[in-house]
Design a protein. Sequence first.
Length: 302
Amino acid sequence: MKQFISDFGKLVKLRLNLTVVFSASISFLIGANQQGDIIWMNWLILTIGGFMITGSANGFNEIIERDLDKLMVRTQDRPLPAGRMTTGQALVLSLFMGLFGTLLLLHLNFLAGLLSVFAIILYAFVYTPIKQKSPIAVFVGAFPGALPPLIGYYAAFESAGFGFAYAAVSEAAIVITPWVLFLIQFFWQFPHFWAIAWVADEDYKRAGFRLLPTTKKDTISAWMIFISAVLMIPVGMLPMYYGFGGWVFTIVSVLGGLLFAYYGWKHVQERTEATAKKVMFTSFFYLPLTQLVLLFDFIPLK
C-alpha cells in the first residue's frame, strides 16, 4: 500500500499538482471576495476537483511519455518506466480522476468544468507530443498552465445554466480580474520553464525534448530568458492598473519582477547552470507569494 501511494504521488506529479491546486484555490478565494461570500464547502470541492483534473492530465502525460521517461535520470523512477505500474492501471486512474474531477467542477460552475476538460486535452494531447518537435511547446503549454486561476475564480460564482448569476457581480469582475490572473500566470511560465530547460538540458536531450528557445544553451536562449523575466515587471502592475490590486501587492510583484530581471541579466552575462537556477528558484517563490499577497490586498471591482 505504501508503494502504491508513493507511485500514485509520482503519477500525478504531487508537488506540481499541489502548486496548481494552490493557484486555483487562491483564485477561488479572490473570486469569493469579489462577491462577498466564501462558501468553504465549494472551496473544498474545487480543491479536490482541481487535484483530480491536474492528476489526470499528468497521468495521461506520463502514459504518453513512458518510454521517454526511461531515458531521463529525473524520471526513471516514475511508476511506468520503472515497471511498478502498467499502462492499463495508469489509464484507469487517469480516466477516473479526469471524469470525477470534471463532474465536481461542473457541479460548481459550468465554465469551470468546461475549462478543466480543455486543460486536460491541451496539456496531455497537444503540449505533450509537441515537446519533441519544437520549442513552441513552451508557448502551447503556457495556455493550460495558466488556466488554474480562471478555473478557480469562476468556480467561486454561482452557476446559471451556461453562464453566471450576474445579480451582484459587475461585468468587469467577471471578465477583467480572471483574465489578468490568467495573463500573470501565462507570462510567468516562460522564465520558469526556460530556466528549468536550461538546467535540465542534458537530461532533456536524452529524450529528444526541445524546450529552450533555440533548442540550445546559447546567447539567444539566455536573452529570451532575460526578456521574459523583464516582462514580469509590467505584467505584475496590471492588477493595480485595472483597479483590483492594492499598493502592497504592486510593490511585492514589482520587486519580484526586478529580482527576475536581475537574475535574468546575470544569466545573459554568465550563461551557467548556477545563474539559470537563480531564475528558476525566483520563479518558484514569485507566483505563490504574489497570489497570496493579492488575496489580502484585493480590491473588489464595482
